[in-house]
Each structure stands twice: as C-alpha cells, then as structure tokens.
Design a protein around this ligand. Structure first.
Ligand code: PRT
Ligand code: ZN
Length: 283
C-alpha cells in the first residue's frame, strides 16, 4: 500500500486529485478526513499543508508526495524526484519598485529583500557575491516595500499581475518551478512495483496533455509535403480513400503548433480537417 501526501487545500490540491483521477485512482476529496483510501488502487491520500509534505515524505510517514519544486528546494528534504507533473508552474523572482533604475543584481547590495524563501535566495545572492539583508516574512510578501520593511521582494510569480498591482517590477528570475512527484528513499520491492505502475500511467497522462489528434483528407500529390509538416510519433498514418487521387492522413500534434500546422496543411490542399482531444498516449 502506498501513501501519497497531497496539499489539503490551495493551488495544487485540485490538479493533484484530478491527475490521480485521470490515471484511474479515485480518492475522496479532503472534506472531513485527513486520510482517504482509494477503492481502485492500493493507495491512500494523506492531506497536509504543502510546507509539511517534503519532510513527511523524507521521514517515511508518506511514501510519495506531490509538491511544488520551489517548496522542496527551499526545505532541502532528502527525497527522490520521480516526475515533473506539468501543473503548478511558477517562478521565484526578484522584484523592485517599478520606479527604480535597475541595471543588474548589484542593485541588491546593501538592500533589504522580503521573502518566504530565504534559503533559495541566500544561495542566489552568495553565488552572485551580493551582500543583501533577507527579511523573512510568511505572507503578503509583495506589500513589503510599500510598508517600508524591505526595498525589494523575492516571491512566487505566475502571471505577474500581483507584482503590477503592488507597484513592483520583476527584474531577475531565479528559480523555475512546477509540481513534482517525490518519493521516500529506500523503497521496498512491493512499493517499487506499485510506483512503477503509477509512473507508467502518469507518463501516458502527461504526454497526452497539450496534444491534439488531427485527421484530414489530402491529395496524394501533396502527401510527402504533408508528412514533412506533420512529424508524428513514428510517422503519420496514411489510409486510402475511394477516390484514387486522395488519401486520409492521421497524426498527433502539439496544441501550441495546431493552428500553424492547419494553415500549412490547408495551403497544400488538405480538406475536411478534424481536430480531436487525446485522452491517453501509451508510448
Ligand atoms: O496552506 P498551504 O501551506 O498548503 O498553501 P500555501 O498558501 O503555502 O501555498 P499555495 O496553495 O498558495 O501554493 C502552493 C504551490 O503552488 C506553491 O508552492 C507553488 O509551487 C505553486 N504556485 C503556482 C503558486 C502560484 N502558482 C502562485 N501564483 N503559488 C503561489 N502563487 C501566488 C504568489 O505567492 C503570489 O502571491 O500567487 C501570487 C502571484 O500570482 P500572479 O499570477 O499574480 O503572478
Ligand atoms: Zn504553504
């Protein structure tokens, strides 16, 4: 039986639970219970604050955990990172009041920086040889400069709108983060087997995210060009049509490239283009 530590509420809770659900593992949401056992996989979810997850896994109370890489890096727990999960993306950045004339990291010398991530910040400043004062605060770091407790901040940024709303500008990105699956060291054989199964499912889920399935009719004369536009996992599937000059072409593309590819394919005569969601890709 595996025990996985998941954030009980907050930004990673919902996506952690929906990832489990998408790979066939149903657990009750953390409404009343701290522990919830799955009926569909030998696993139970332990709901915690994200701050506690790295050490609960390192200490062995949970076998696995889902946590932001930022939190793990800050707390320095001795665990293995098994997979990047592709959600909870954010960065840890330095920001200064927007009117400041900022020309480079030397600006921070002798200044006070408010943050909840003192360890990551200390390492960055030491690497750059900058002597700044770190003011540790646990919430609402972004108001630090306005209330006079700091000259700058070091905090999580995602869209950047919180910085703008507080009259700050992002000047250095120090650490890129996303949610990761972590595991305790020294797993036994049964745990390893279960985790291998879980990782296989997670991989097919994360690979399929951000992908679309494309289907179209294409004149045979344009087929080589279409295959060049659409490099598939091995190569696109080509099927004959009743009309001898045409064929049907199937492939998987990155959602980000979809509209560029569609435009290129139309330009060489593709018709009846169907775009479909991909549920799973098993490599
Ligand atoms: O209660 P608990 O301790 O469990 O939760 P928490 O309040 O400590 O964490 P939570 O739920 O806020 O965040 C959990 C994890 O989500 C973080 O450790 C990151 O790995 C990840 N994450 C992703 C974020 C963001 N995006 C994010 N935007 N965590 C926080 N923010 C905050 C940020 O602190 C700032 O206040 O959102 C604001 C910035 O957002 P933008 O979009 O305005 O730039
Ligand atoms: Zn927290």
């Amino acid at each position: 039986m595996l025990r996985i530590a998941i954030q009980s509420k907050g930004r990673l809770n919902e996506e952690s639970l929906s990832l489990l659900q998408d790979i066939g593992i149903e657990v009750d949401a953390p409404k009343r219970k701290l522990l919830s056992k799955s009926q569909t996989f030998p696993l139970e979810a332990l709901y915690l604050r994200d701050d506690d997850i790295p050490h609960v896994v390192a200490g062995g109370t949970a076998t696995l955990g889902i946590v932001g890489l930022n939190e793990l890096e800050e707390r320095g727990a001795d665990v293995d990172i098994l997979a990047r999960l592709g959600f909870g993306a954010c960065r840890l950045s330095l920001a200064v009041p927007k009117g400041e004339d900022y020309e480079g990291p030397a600006w921070f010398s002798g200044r006070r920086i408010a943050t909840s991530y003192p360890n990551i910040l200390r390492k960055y400043l030491d690497d750059k040889g900058i002597d700044a004062k770190i003011e540790v605060i646990t919430g609402s770091v972004e108001i630090g400069p306005a209330i006079g407790i700091a000259d700058a901040i070091f905090d999580i940024v995602s869209s950047g709108s919180t910085l703008i709303a507080n009259g700050l500008k992002e000047v250095e990105t120090v650490f890129e983060s996303e949610a990761v699956l972590i595991a305790r060291k020294n797993l036994d054989a049964e745990e390893r087997t279960l985790i291998d199964d879980l990782l296989f499912r997670i991989e097919s889920e994360t690979v399929s995210r951000g992908k679309k399935y494309l289907l179209m009719n294409i004149p045979k004369a344009s087929l080589d060009e279409a295959i060049r536009i659409l490099p598939a996992m091995r190569s696109p599937t080509v099927m004959p049509l009743a009309s001898p000059d045409w064929c049907s072409l199937h492939s998987v593309v990155n959602t980000a490239d979809l509209w560029t590819k569609v435009r290129q394919l139309k330009a060489i005569g593709a018709e009846g283009i169907l775009v479909m969601d991909v549920d799973k890709i098993i490599l």
